[in-house]
Design a protein around this ligand. Structure first.
Ligand code: CP3
Length: 343
């Protein structure tokens, strides 16, 4: 059937007998070989901006597990950094930025065309990966979706309820919508460069989509994602795009109906039977094993993995987790998951 790359085949709407598989955060601290490179690189950002190191850690999980896709090693917060924000990672505490809190600060952010100097090493990493990956492995480029990126820009850090960003969104919508527009434009240019450098699929991470409600979900999750996907497809006809409106619940249907996504990544709360009946007739689905199974393993891991393959494997399906694997995940449990999927 068509493409020798299973992942591209599924995103074209076809069904593979053995579903292609990869994992969010597949290059990361659960792998001893990642921790080793990370130690030599210095900080996490040094790793992201060094094409030698970033290429190496992207390839590590491909070598170890033979995943069907490699995802560029980078971070969604490189875009705000390229727009001029100060970004750092406090050890054990996650990302920190100096927040933007009003229209003036938002206007002062660099425009889309000025981000490439900072991001050039990322494009170089994509180029090297495109040259070095095995021919059956698909290269995924990515960016954060504007809402998720904006939540970090406004609050200066992560937070489960996104109170600070929601307050600006409701209280100063002129400023907030300007921020979303600027991030949307920068994201389009960033992703276009990744595609030019060799990324074959683009995934948009909207990790905090589930904190948006009512018309705000449509305005700030759905609409920017559609704008980005549509513009990329206009520039690169046939480019597959995967959306990930994490926590969106029924909002997944709006993404499926938008017509510009080829696949949707499901968080672990999305019922597989519902996804099969409602989403899969429209596009490929990817997901959605609870990453905690990779810490605990055992029968629960095997049973849930088999269940997902049984329910979703009859249609276009990419096996993945519902969110990223955590540092406590065990490589031997990844092996076990793969042996269930691959039989
Ligand atoms: O999936 C992959 O393997 C590709 C690389 C990737 C990373 N971050 C590497 C990373 C991707 C796609 C991301 C996306 C990302 N980054 C998101 C969206 C997806 C999601 O997980 O919800 C978000 C919200 C971020 C922002 C961010 N970066 C957070 C919240 C953290 C966690 C901080 C921590 O210490 O755990 C990061 C750091 C980060 N990004 C790590 C990795 C491998 C760990 C850094 C380290 O090695 O110390």
């Amino acid at each position: 059937m068509g493409n020798p790359k299973k992942l591209l085949n599924v995103l074209a709407g076809n069904t593979e007998k053995t579903p292609p598989v990869w994992m969010m955060r597949q290059a990361g601290r659960y792998l001893p070989e990642y921790r080793e490179v990370r130690k030599n690189a210095g900080g996490f950002l040094d790793l992201c901006y060094n094409p030698d190191f970033a290429t190496e850690v992207t390839l590590q999980p491909i070598r170890r597990f033979g995943f069907d896709a490699a995802i560029l090693f980078a971070d969604i917060l490189l875009v705000p950094q390229a727009m001029g924000m100060k970004l750092w990672f406090a050890e054990g505490e996650g990302p920190r930025l100096e927040p933007v809190s009003d229209l003036q600060a938002i206007e002062a952010l660099k425009p889309a065309e000025a981000i490439h100097d900072t991001l050039a090493p990322v494009y170089e990493t994509v180029k090297r990966l495109a040259a070095e990956l095995p021919k059956e492995t698909t290269l995924i480029g990515f960016a954060g979706a504007p809402w998720t990126v904006a939540t970090y820009m406004v609050a200066g850090r992560g937070s489960p309820d996104q109170a600070v960003a929601r307050q600006m969104m409701f209280g100063d919508e002129v400023a907030f919508s300007r921020l979303i527009d600027k991030v949307t434009e920068a994201t389009i240019e960033y992703l276009a460069r990744q595609v030019q450098a060799g990324a074959e699929v683009i995934k948009l991470f909207d990790s905090w989509a589930g904190t948006l409600s009512g018309s705000y979900f449509e305005k700030y999750a759905l609409k920017p994602a559609v704008t980005i996907a549509t513009e990329l497809k206009r520039r690169f006809p046939g480019l597959p795009v995967i959306g990930f409106p994490r926590g969106a619940g029924g909002g997944y249907v709006q993404f499926a109906d938008a017509g510009c996504f080829d696949g949707l990544a499901l968080d672990s709360s999305v019922p597989a039977g519902w996804a099969r009946d409602v989403l899969q007739p429209k596009l490929a689905v990817q997901g959605n094993l609870d990453p905690m199974h990779l810490i605990t393993g055992g029968d629960a891991l095997e049973n849930e993995t088999r269940r997902l393959v049984d329910i979703l494997g009859e249609g276009p399906f990419i096996f993945n987790l519902g969110h990223g694997i955590t540092p406590q995940g065990k490589p031997e449990n990844v092996e076990k998951m793969l042996s269930v999927i691959r039989g």
